[in-house]
Design a binder for this molecule. Structure first.
Ligand code: ADP
Ligand code: X2W
Length: 317
């Protein structure tokens, strides 16, 4: 049997009470607001972390916040493509997507990664509803034709979201559900001829959308109060991989200047954060999904964690 001394017990209890009190103004401020969480495949490191993320989302729901989860699954897709012998490569941080790859991507995101997240959240009650951009006309996308430098770029069946049907998500939030969204989206026809040949305005093709990009569009369309992207790094580094260069906050303008120098997966992630803030989301954060309960710490502590992007002319609030 182990026993804590009275003073240790008192100190521990006091620290817990202080933590709860630190959360109070944030709970008051955010009650009733919508927050979009992008859960990246690289942040889904182990069962404990995935469970902690699900707990955080349920916690948020129970303090009156309306959480929406948009998930990725890049590493899980790569594992499945490898095991099936389907080659895949990234350009500009995006996966070049063939028809064969697309059907695997759709299967992994909606049938595997999304299902698992829904199950973890629903271990706490009947909250999560899994959907993809195809369900209830949630998303529409057009093919990506240019790279981040503006030059022509052919990535195959890769899309960028052009429309979000917010009603599909709002209706679920209104009845207390937690939408868990996979980032595949029906393709919008580019010309009237395409439209005539396809399903009205849609071509009948499904596109692979980077989950950061999809999450940012969902956040903007919903008028979210916050966009939080969980990844496998502490935040944005000014001089990657110099670990002493972690940025705790920056403005949209500062981020815009950094974008051309970013590498790999950080390109779509920081473009998404910028898009969210430029689209009217007051704050976008990049947090470390490998650290348990990073979502709660970001939202309910005074300093937050990770990197926060604020609109031009504003500092961290
Ligand atoms: N400036 C930077 N700051 C932080 N990470 C960076 C930077 N440049 C490149 N990276 C890389 O980007 C990765 C995150 O992107 P990605 O692997 O696509 O995440 P996710 O799967 O969560 O979407 C980091 O693990 C890191 O290797
Ligand atoms: C076009 C594109 O790159 N799509 C991504 C979709 C999944 C994703 O974004 O997953 P993460 O968030 O885990 O990186 C892909 O195929 O990997």
């Amino acid at each position: 049997m182990s026993r804590l001394s009275d003073s240790t017990r008192y100190e521990t209890a006091r620290t817990k009470a202080e933590t709860l009190m630190e959360a109070l103004p944030w709970i008051q401020r955010y009650a009733g607001s919508t927050m979009v969480f992008k859960y990246g495949g690289n942040a889904m490191v182990n069962d404990d972390l995935r469970r902690a993320f699900a707990q955080d989302i349920v916690f948020l729901r129970h303090v009156g916040i309306r959480p929406v989860v948009v998930h990725g699954g890049g590493p899980q897709i790569s594992t499945m493509l490898d095991s099936l012998g389907i080659h895949s490569e990234f350009r500009d941080g995006l996966r070049v997507t063939s028809e064969a790859a697309m059907s695997v991507i759709r299967m992994v995101l909606t049938g595997q990664v999304g299902r698992e997240l829904v199950g973890l959240i629903n271990a706490h009650g009947p909250y999560a509803v899994g959907m993809s951009g195809e369900d209830a006309g949630l998303l529409q996308a057009r093919r990506v034709r240019t790279g981040s430098d503006g030059a022509p770029l052919d990535l195959g069946l890769v899309g960028t979201v052009t429309r979000v049907n917010t009603a599909a998500v709002e209706q679920l939030l209104d009845i207390g559900k937690i939408p868990v969204i996979a980032s595949v989206a029906p393709e919008l026809a580019e010309t009237d001829d395409d439209a005539a040949a396809g399903l009205g305005a849609l071509t009948g093709q499904v596109l692979n959308v980077n989950a950061d990009t999809a999450a940012a569009e969902v956040a903007v369309a919903l008028g979210a109060e916050k966009f939080v992207a969980l990844t496998d790094v502490e935040g944005l580094y000014a001089n990657w991989p110099d670990r002493s260069s972690l940025i705790s906050s920056l403005t949209a303008g500062e981020l815009r200047e950094m974008l051309p120098a970013l590498e790999a997966g950080m390109i779509p992630k920081m473009r998404a954060a910028l898009r969210a803030v430029e689209g009217g989301v007051p704050r976008a954060s990049i947090v470390d999904g490998r650290s348990p309960h990073s979502s709660l710490l970001e939202i309910f502590t005074d300093t937050g964690i990770g990197t926060e992007v604020a609109p031009d002319g504003e500092d961290r609030a």
